[in-house]
Design a protein around this ligand. Structure first.
Ligand code: ACM
Length: 750
């Protein structure tokens, strides 16, 4: 089933006069999308079509909900010309051999002949998925809004069902607000790709987006923050808006799961109702990004009355089985210093603040369960004991999900390693998300059943508008949609990539500002007697140009070239057009390049840079701490030893540390460099202490340089660098008490 998409514009360009244009359009073979997600089974006839006419009949079998979605969609683009041709569409919820064997309520079958189209869903959800398949089977021209006398789809037979029951996307409408129409557009796009859940993140430190009649200040105060220009920024949906969103989703059988964050990420609510906090306030709606220490007071009964009132109104609007209550990133600093919270711990026999958080979540879960709903929480709800029926959404890697599944709790996987759409393409590109497996290898097969699916998470701190949103969500969300639906273990990225290309004209026509699939180039290094740069494009159809140091001209990249100190810029091109921004990388040539590297504590997998030789590879980290060249150490010291292979004279050992309090990254308390010729007896080259931790939210890089005072330097084969972590995020910081990070890159030995 290989079809080529022929760009309409390219063919039209061939024509000059209007009559010629008409002739050209007449002979155009319609172009089609390749189905995404790929169906389980499909057989298709060559050159035979089922036609939709304005007088096509749609029959809904008895007992089948009359969902006219497909009929309305197609009829809207049919000219009402009298048509003597006959065709019929039979729609039913029913049984077939295939549907009987499928466990999914979303399973469906499509059987199209020249005269009839049969659509059978296991349930009305299955029908809704089938409608989207048919939508994708219509020509590109249909999606581009053309009206015709008739529309065709290929004669075929499809049997299809999803691998995972939960296939979602989180949309954060709090950090930046996206209006009702955008939300509906996204629901439509999720439906088009057979995702079935919009995880609607409605409350945050920076904004509360839903009306609660009992607490009007949640809109008057909590929906508004002061932005960086001093203007008030914000907004909220009315209850009518939310009902409209839910109804729009229901028509497409998409579930909207609201998320009401507790006990943390609640500063906006506390700004309006400070008596629910530990201190009584005053508190402002947060106007910066990060994790904040103001959380609901766990010792205060009014907190639970408030939250139950809120959740009651939430449940009135949202019929979803699940309600998401957040539970992530709740610093315990306030509770540790709050008499009421401490009293609650004593009364309930709770041994620490993590158990207090579990108490909090369990109380909320009990309330939701009594109202016939189930709770989802981020993986922090495992700390201090998991509440009885909770579903866990694993985000800090797969570990939380594994632990929850082994405890026989349902799990939604959305690890930062694969599913965070706010992350740059450097860390998560389309191929990476397409390689996502929600079921970790190390999870015993008996627990696989507890992994109900996955989500991609679109946090919007740095996504101020729809254009940005589109560029981050697309095309990566489409990759995840296929993984979660089709879950082909032997899937090949290149095949998916080629199929995806057929979708871009349609997305473009719909006004979706889709982004790139990947960053254009990888900069690889070869260490011989020289250091050479080897550029590699991430996709077959890209070409690369580069510029080194102060050179003013771009050169076509042909083969590896050797370098000294300086900055490299690389620009990728796809079909002669710029493919993204230039990639830049600074290099330093020094004595320890590609030296042996050993460590006492391993860096975090989240900030692994180029793994083992990252600190001696010549690449120097930039002011973007996610640029992929920094090593991050979380809550531990950094103690590493470099082996130069033979004794050498060294004078200076220099390294960079990153400082950014907002992301819990602090300069080390102390840095010590020692050297040795035999790795047995060590001498201190130098030592330096840092003053007070810097709590300002400014990103900076601090260079630490320690030198021998001997002119010729000292003889060393081994160099040991110790950077002592401040341990915990200091008091006065919003996340006080959480483990602090050390970020280091390139240990430069001269
Ligand atoms: C999260 O990203 N804090 C769930």
């Amino acid at each position: 089933m290989v079809k080529l998409w022929i760009p309409l514009t390219a063919l039209l360009l061939l024509g000059c006069s209007s009559s010629e244009k008409e002739v050209v359009t007449e002979i155009i073979e319609d172009s089609y999308l390749e189905l995404i997600p790929a169906p389980l089974e499909m057989t298709q006839s060559e050159d035979e079509y089922f036609w939709f006419y304005s007088n096509t009949t749609y029959t809904y079998s008895q007992g089948t909900e009359e969902n006219t979605y497909l009929e309305d969609l197609i009829n809207y683009q049919l000219d009402i010309a009298s048509n003597s041709n006959v065709s019929e569409v039979n729609i039913k919820v029913g049984e077939t051999d295939f549907l009987n064997t499928s466990e999914s309520e979303e399973a469906y079958e499509i059987n199209a002949t020249v005269h009839s189209l049969e659509i059978i869903g296991k349930t009305d959800k299955g029908l809704a998925r089938a409608f989207q398949t048919i939508r994708q089977l219509l020509p590109v021209a249909f999606h581009e809004g053309e009206k015709r006398n008739k529309w065709k789809m290929p004669v075929l037979s499809i049997k299809d069902a999803p691998a995972f029951e939960h296939r979602g996307m989180l949309l954060d409408v709090c950090r930046h607000f996206f209006d009702k129409e955008i939300v509906k557009e996204y629901i439509d796009l999720l439906a088009f790709y057979k995702m079935n859940t919009l995880h609607f993140h409605l409350t945050e430190d920076q904004g509360w987006r839903m009306p609660i009649d009992k607490y009007p200040l949640l809109n008057e105060v909590s929906s508004w923050r002061e932005d960086s220009t001093g203007e008030m920024y914000g907004g909220f949906y009315t209850k009518e808006d939310l009902k409209e969103i839910v109804a729009y989703a229901e028509e497409r059988k998409i579930t909207v799961i609201p998320e009401i964050e507790l006990p943390g990420h609640s500063q906006a609510a506390l700004a309006a109702y400070p008596h629910l906090s530990c201190t009584g306030g005053p508190i402002e709606v947060a106007n910066d990004w990060g994790v904040f220490k103001e959380i609901y007071c766990a010792g205060n009964d009014s907190t639970f009355i408030f939250l139950e009132d809120v959740l009651t109104e939430v449940m009135e609007i949202f019929p979803s089985k699940y309600i998401h209550i957040g539970g992530d990133e709740a610093p315990k600093y306030r509770w540790e210093n709050c008499p009421k919270s401490q009293q609650r711990m004593k009364e309930e026999g709770l041994k620490d603040e993590h158990e207090l958080q579990s108490y909090f979540i369990e109380r909320i879960e009990k309330f939701l369960n009594e109202n016939g709903r189930e709770l989802i929480g981020w993986d922090e709800i495992l700390e201090g004991g998991l509440s009885p029926n909770a579903t866990v959404q694993s985000w800090r890697g797969f570990e939380g999900g594994i632990e929850a599944a082994e405890a026989e709790h349902r799990v939604i996987m959305s690890p930062t390693s694969h599913c965070y759409l706010d992350y740059s393409l450097k860390s998560i590109d389309l191929e990476k998300i397409y390689s996502f497996d929600p079921i970790p290898e190390e999870l015993d097969e008996v627990y696989h059943q507890y992994i109900i699916g996955g989500e991609c998470n679109m946090w919007t701190e740095h996504v101020p508008d729809k254009e940005n949103l589109d560029s981050k969500v697309f095309p990566r969300m489409i990759g995840l949609a296929e993984v979660l639906w089709t879950y082909d273990k032997s899937r090949e990225f290149d095949v998916f990539y080629n199929r995806l290309q057929t979708h871009y004209p349609v997305l473009k026509f719909w006004g979706i500002n889709y982004g790139l699939e990947t960053i254009g180039a990888n900069i690889n290094l070869e260490f011989d007697h020289e250091v050479s740069i080897l550029l590699e494009s991430n996709l077959d159809n890209l070409s690369l140009k580069y510029k080194w140091g102060n050179e003013s001209d771009w050169k076509d990249y042909q083969e590896p070239f050797s370098i000294n100190d300086g900055k490299l810029m690389v620009q990728a091109y796809k079909n002669e057009e710029l493919y993204g921004e230039p990639i830049t990388q600074s290099f330093v040539k020094h004595k320890a390049l590609n030296a042996g590297f050993d460590y006492k504590y391993k860096w975090s997998d989240w900030y692994a840079g180029y793994e083992t030789n990252n600190l001696v590879d010549g690449r120097v980290g930039s002011l973007d701490f996610r640029d992929g060249t920094w090593h991050g150490y979380w809550g531990t010291d950094m103690i590493s030893t470099i082996d130069l292979g033979q004794p050498e004279y060294i004078i200076t050992v220099q390294m960079n540390f990153y400082q950014y309090a907002n992301s819990w990254i602090f300069l080390p308390e102390k840095v010590r460099v020692e050297y040795s010729v035999d790795s047995l007896s060590w001498t201190v080259l130098g030592e330096i202490e840092n003053e007070e931790p810097d709590l300002s939210n400014v990103k900076s890089i601090k260079e630490v340089s320690l030198s021998s005072d001997r002119k010729l330097g000292v003889q060393a084969r081994y160099i040991r660098v110790t950077a002592e972590n401040i341990g915990k995020v200091p008091n006065g910081h919003e996340a006080a008490g959480s483990p602090a990070w050390i970020f280091i890159d390139e240990i430069i030995v001269r």
